[in-house]
Design a protein around this ligand. Structure first.
Ligand code: ACO
Length: 337
């Protein structure tokens, strides 16, 4: 039997049209454009309209990825949506998207790994394809973070935005696409980033709603320290597993939380700034969606050449860390069983 590996066959993304600038935020909370830019690098972010839920962002991203891959919805074996902002707790947003895109032969589920969700999705897809369970897996990361943002908390509300990114991961000759991945969790740091109320621990009450406990709570400074240390470590591990070095990497696509984290992590990884993809200035932190949105942009702008090595690195709620090394290879491949 022929060996099975996986690669990214197609990419797509979608962000809402509505822009919220730092100047707009100055009118909502006690902040300044200067503070936001110097502390985060963010200048503006996209906001979903009131009638847009997570699946509404995921569907166009998914359709673009399928079109790019030349794969029909019926060919999909699995639909994974990674999100911390599903349409509702259940049914899974993955199932809602599976129905709406017409992936009638696919299973579907949601994956909750915070901002590392896309990397977890790539790892799962690679596993399911390599072991023969699936030929095509659609990995979508979509978030409507502005719906769980506390607009009275200036330390968080300036950070987040909405969007979705998707990848069709499909069968490939081993060594041509996903070369390695590392998925880590440090649950002891879970309290640093959470949505406290609305689960079974603290069901929603009018009092909790009044205290905005249904919104993101974050210890930004502690997360910053974990990210700056953890991102280079997990990136190094993924490169070692793939048998490549920082000098071989064409593009580093990291979770876009803060430009200062991107700069510090890139320096520790030994990757020059011009090879680090940055779009946090235009979209803010879109959690799990940030890596596929950034990857899709750099690809669609024509900067990706066949054979390029891409290092993906994520970090986020959990606390989770993850990294993957992917060779950019969009030549179709069909394994003979
Ligand atoms: N405008 C003006 N002043 C502000 C604002 C604001 N929006 N927010 C905070 N401040 C003030 C604080 O009150 C504080 O004032 P004080 O010194 O008088 O007490 C001062 O600015 C410094 O606050 P810090 O929290 O120490 O600011 P810091 O430089 O750490 O930046 C930030 C905060 C941007 C949140 C940073 O810590 C960060 O990016 N952390 C990582 C976030 C992250 O990566 N999250 C994990 C990813 S998970 C996910 O992406 C969903």
């Amino acid at each position: 039997m022929q060996q099975r590996g996986s690669k990214i066959w197609g990419m797509g993304s979608y962000v809402p049209d509505k822009v919220l600038s730092n100047a707009d935020l100055e009118r909502i909370v006690d902040t300044t454009d200067e503070w936001i830019v110097t502390h985060t690098g963010i200048r503006e972010r996209r906001i979903a309209t009131d009638d847009q839920a997570c699946s509404d962002l995921c569907v166009p991203a998914a359709e673009r990825a399928l079109a790019d891959a030349g794969v029909s919805p019926e060919q999909l074996d699995m639909v994974i949506v990674s999100t911390v902002t599903p349409d509702m707790t259940f049914p899974a947003t993955g199932c809602l998207v599976q129905d709406r895109i017409g992936a009638r032969n696919a299973g579907a589920f949601d994956l909750v790994s915070g901002c590392t969700g896309f990397i977890y999705g790539i790892g799962l897809a690679d596993g399911m394809i390599s072991n023969g369970a699936c030929d095509y897996v659609l990995v979508i990361s979509g978030e409507v973070l502005t719906r769980i943002t506390d607009w009275t908390d200036r330390s968080t509300c300036v950070l987040f935005g909405d969007g979705a990114g998707a990848a069709v991961v499909g069968l490939a000759e081993p060594g041509t696409g996903v070369l390695s991945y590392v998925l880590e969790s440090y649950g002891q740091h879970g309290d640093l980033l959470k949505l406290p109320a609305g689960g079974t621990r603290q069901p929603l009450t009018p009092e909790l709603l009044a205290q905005h406990e249904n919104c993101i709570r974050m210890e930004g400074h502690e997360l910053y320290k974990l990210a700056v240390r953890g991102v280079p470590e997990v990136g190094e591990t993924a490169m070692e597993k793939a048998g490549v070095e920082a000098k071989d990497i064409a593009w580093v696509v990291m979770h876009q939380a803060n430009k200062r984290i991107l700069d510090a992590a890139a320096k520790r990884l030994g990757v020059p700034d011009e090879r680090v993809v940055v779009n946090v200035d235009r979209y803010g932190n879109t959690s799990a969606a940030s890596i596929p949105i950034a990857l899709d942009e750099v690809y669609r702008e024509g900067h990706m050449a066949p054979g390029d090595l891409v290092l993906l690195v994520g970090f986020g709620a959990g606390f989770t860390l993850g990294a993957a090394v992917v060779r950019w290879d969009k030549v179709p491949y069909t394994a003979e069983d």
